[in-house]
Design a protein around this ligand. Structure first.
Ligand code: PEP
Ligand code: MN
Length: 363
């Protein structure tokens, strides 16, 4: 048992070297030779970054945007590796990308969120690294599906990859207002609970989609004992060819990492606290959603008020109200919510709706 635990820790240690998280930094995309060199040199000189990153092939949502410089960028990354002594990592999305990266001595490959969702694509990449000793980092799929994320990891384990890690970059959600990709921390902790031996890296850049929240999200990852951070940095963020809003200069990145408060790792006795923290974060996000939804509901109520005013209809429509109550109680029951609770909740919402309609009708 004890040797098993020790072995598990060791597998995680291939990525994390000390009590501070390992930091991967570099531009979202390699754009030009000068941009890669200037950015990577400044990052390396800061002394705070352990691994250099750049996207060479960019899986973009819509065509017509910059889709990456392609294979031409790989010698630039190799040059930066030789010059700075730092390992370099690149995103691969198909077998051809893997072959090109191996040819140019790329040290670590990562799988993007738009690729992790597709088992055929992941399998193709896995076949391309069969028998090769290269570390692989797997980003969470864009949708919040833990099995899909774990499944992608397993595909690499099955072809013999030994150094594997996960990157948490958040999940796409159309009702999300705060983040570019909602973190849903609980999903990442579920991952860590299932695979505690694998390093977990946080990608605050793609979670936030902006610069001002990067520090807080990075600190949260440190507080939750993540093993690493992947943060996008560009010599001239405003003019970046992709993800301009979330990139920061190497200097800002350096200061951000310096300002992170290191936490001691008492992982075993801390786990209750850690789980609570994840759950509370989810609760906060759900509360925000609830309030947003209530705001939308009241807006519609006011529109109905306008209509009723024009047509001289009474505010209270008894039959409609009874229908809403009945349907909601049935729905609530299916989620383990008591009739009493649903009744109190709906009465309160209905009261506010009536107030708002009344204001509109008697304005
Ligand atoms: C990236 O790291 O630049 C990237 C494309 O990320 P993701 O796959 O998380 O969208
Ligand atoms: Mn990016």
């Amino acid at each position: 048992m004890e040797t098993q635990v020790a072995q598990k820790k060791e597998r995680r240690n291939w990525f994390r070297k000390s009590s501070v998280p390992t930091v991967i930094g570099g531009p979202c995309s390699a754009e030009t030779e000068e941009q890669v060199y200037e950015t990577c040199r400044a990052i390396a000189q800061s002394g705070k970054i352990d691994i250099l990153r750049a996207g060479i092939w960019k899986p973009r949502t819509r065509p017509g945007t910059f889709e990456g410089i392609g294979i031409k960028g790989l010698p630039w990354m190799r040059k930066m590796k030789e010059e700075t002594g730092l390992p370099v990592t690149v995103e691969v999305a198909k077998a051809g990308h893997v072959e090109a990266c191996l040819e140019f001595d790329i040290d670590i490959l990562w799988i993007g969120a738009r690729t992790s969702v597709n088992p055929f694509a992941v399998q193709e990449i896995a076949e391309a690294v069969r028998g090769v000793d290269i570390p692989i980092l797997v980003k969470n799929p864009i949708n919040p599906d833990l099995a899909l994320w774990l499944g992608a990891i397993e595909r690499f384990e099955r072809v013999g990859i030994e150094k594997i890690g996960a990157i948490h970059r958040g999940f796409s959600n159309t009702s999300e207002k705060v983040y570019r990709n909602r973190p849903q921390w609980q999903l990442a902790i579920d991952f860590m609970t299932k695979r505690p031996e694998l390093p977990m890296i946080c990608d605050p850049s793609h979670i936030c989609g902006n610069r001002h929240m990067l520090q807080a999200v990075s600190q949260k990852a440190v507080d939750l004992n993540y093993d690493g951070l992947m943060i996008e940095s560009h010599r001239d963020p405003d003019n970046a060819w992709s993800d301009a809003k979330q990139q920061i200069t190497p200097k800002v990145l350096h200061d951000m990492i310096t300002d992170l408060v290191a936490r001691h790792n008492h992982e075993d006795n801390d786990s209750t606290q850690k789980s609570l923290d994840f759950l509370r974060q989810d609760i906060n996000e759900i509360d925000t959603d609830l309030i947003n939804l209530l705001g939308q509901r009241m807006k519609i109520a006011r529109q109905i008020g306008e209509y009723k005013k024009k047509n001289n209809v009474t505010i209270l429509q008894q039959k409609r109200w009874e229908e809403i109550m009945k349907k909601s109680q049935e729905h609530g029951q299916a989620h383990g919510l008591s009739e009493e609770f649903i009744s109190k909740l709906l009465r309160s919402i209905h009261d506010e709706s009536i107030d708002q309609q009344e204001k509109v009708m008697n304005a």
